[in-house]
Design a binder for this molecule. Structure first.
Ligand code: NAD
Length: 481
């Protein structure tokens, strides 16, 4: 199936008719073409957005909210079609797309449809000066949203929904590796009555289409989720142009397990936090740190459970682990297995490519556990972003904290313990934007989401996202005494 850009509510080919192949990773074959949009396509999208902005930004909150709710409703109505499309494009099990990705895309719209009606700003009375200050929260204008391939519609909508709710018009680019559900969203937006030009979706490579969005002089804010290296590059272009920037980047998240935890719950969740979505979630706990006194027991039980995970074609209802997103990504994962072995890491589970009968050209890999003893090894410091975790023991709380923080990343962390003091100490001292205690990926959309250190700048989620997508303006009114 060939997809098109969505500009001014119409489906259009790229101006210079350049296209990229779109792969189905579960069979390793091209199944369609996508535009590789140029600077001119981005300009056309920008103009449509700029034209729509005066009316959309003046549209009542109730009306904006109604349209976004309708989009949420229509997404859920197309749950099966969207889940199948997501799975085909990305390789993730259909069951996961159906239970997580697509429902969450709908929730993103519904959440911000509600949130915008509750969003407010502050007033400050300047006592003694006969003056009152209030803050206007105004939409920025045309904003750019760029998203990655791991949770395609989920993360695309996480950005565009608050941007539009706040009254902005959007030029958005999904990952060129997984563009399909963003394409299908265009039709849904038209059906929901979203005015033309409010959302414009341009497809293409990061280095051409994405770059054109970031460098566009009149796109005044960029919300980006993707790799740390790309984020640094985007910042180098956007910062001198004084653009507002929200960067949600990579992670190397510690999962810290203490002997006093609820063991069975921890074990089941750790399997999930390690390998959900083939380990391709920025929040996956890829560095598992285990208190020494339960290390051997954990290692044995964890390996046993991970060996039970079924690597299979994503359409199979019993597939726990589908295909990796691309051949390049599979090769990257394989290269890290070699790196681990060269560094003295011990592969205690998995480590090999999987051939699925009937789907021999798909990109499948065993869930893999590497035992390491030195936190400075590359597999503990670099983001692998696949079905690969490391295990390592620690003796004391102090050591666990040092190991957990000893990385350039700071996205999320998980602690398993029933000790309240320890919970508080770690919550305060872990250098991550998110700390989960006795759970993982339990998301409340009102909470601030984002990382510190090389995991990003800024927060999305809840009112934080609405703050990002608005410009605060102070108005000071003096009144006679
Ligand atoms: P990526 O950085 O390669 O690409 C992300 C998006 O940016 C894509 O749409 C791509 O086309 C675009 N892009 C690439 N180069 C660009 C450029 N020069 N200018 C503008 N846009 C450009 O990342 P990816 O491989 O798609 O995604 C995986 C990464 O995303 C991992 O590092 C993962 O941790 C991270 N991620 C982070 C979060 C988070 O919330 N912190 C969530 C999901 C994924």
């Amino acid at each position: 199936m060939n997809i098109k850009n969505y500009i001014n509510a119409e489906f259009v080919n790229p101006i210079d008719e350049k296209y990229l192949d779109n792969y189905n990773p579960s069979i390793g074959k091209v199944y369609g073409q996508i535009p590789n949009s140029s600077k001119e396509d981005v300009e056309t999208a920008y103009r449509a957005a700029a034209k729509a902005f005066p009316k959309w930004s003046a549209t009542s909150l109730e009306e904006r909210s109604k349209i976004l709710s309708k989009i949420a409703y229509l997404i859920l109505g197309k749950l099966d079609v969207l889940a199948e499309a997501e799975s085909k494009d990305n390789g993730k099990p259909i069951s996961l797309a159906k239970s997580v990705d697509i429902p969450r895309a709908a929730s993103n719209f519904q959440f911000f449809a509600n949130a915008i009606t509750q969003f407010s700003s502050e007033a400050h009375e300047s006592v003694g000066f006969n003056a009152v200050n209030f803050t206007l929260r105004q939409p920025i204008g045309v904003v750019g949203c760029i998203s990655p391939w791991n949770l395609p519609l989920y993360l695309f909508t996480w950005k565009i929904a608050p941007a539009m709710a706040a009254g902005n018009c959007v030029v958005a680019k999904p990952s060129e590796i997984t563009p399909m559900t963003a394409f299908l969203l265009g039709e849904i937006c038209n059906e929901a009555g979203l005015p033309k030009g409010v959302l414009n979706i341009v497809h293409g490579l990061g280095t051409t289409t994405g770059q054109a969005i970031v460098a566009h002089p009149n796109i005044k804010a960029i919300s980006f989720t993707g790799g740390t290296k790309t984020g640094a590059h985007i910042a180098s272009i956007a910062a001198p142009m004084f653009k507002k920037l929200s960067l949600e980047l990579g992670g190397k998240n510690p999962n810290i397990i203490f002997a006093d935890c609820d063991y069975e719950k921890m074990l089941a969740t750790t399997v999930r936090s390690s390998f959900s979505n083939q380990g391709q979630i920025c929040l996956c706990g890829s560095r598992i740190l285990i208190e020494e006194k339960i290390y051997d027991q954990f290692k044995k039980d964890f390996i046993k459970k991970v060996k039970q995970l079924n690597v299979d074609h994503p359409s199979k209802s019993n597939s726990d682990i589908g295909a990796l997103v691309s051949k390049e990504h599979l090769e990257k994962i394989e290269s890290y297995i070699e790196i681990a072995e060269n560094e003295g890491g011990k592969i205690v589970c998995g480590g090999l490519e999987v051939t699925i009968p009937g789907f021999e050209n798909g990109y499948y890999f065993q869930p893999t556990i590497i035992e390491v003893t030195d936190n400075s090894c590359r597999v503990n410091q670099e983001e692998i972003f696949g079905p690969v975790v490391t295990i390592m023991s620690f003796k004391t709380d102090e050591e666990a904290l040092i190991l957990a923080n000893d990385t350039k990343y700071g996205l999320s962390s998980t602690i398993w313990t029933n000790n309240l003091n320890r919970t508080m100490q770690f919550s305060k001292q872990l250098q991550t934007g998110i700390v989960w205690v006795n759970t993982w990926m339990l998301r409340d959309l009102r909470t601030p989401f984002g990382g510190i250190k090389d995991s990003g700048v800024g927060r999305e989620g809840g009112f934080e996202a609405l703050r990002f997508f608005t410009e605060p303006k102070n108005v000071c009114i003096k009144f006679p005494s």
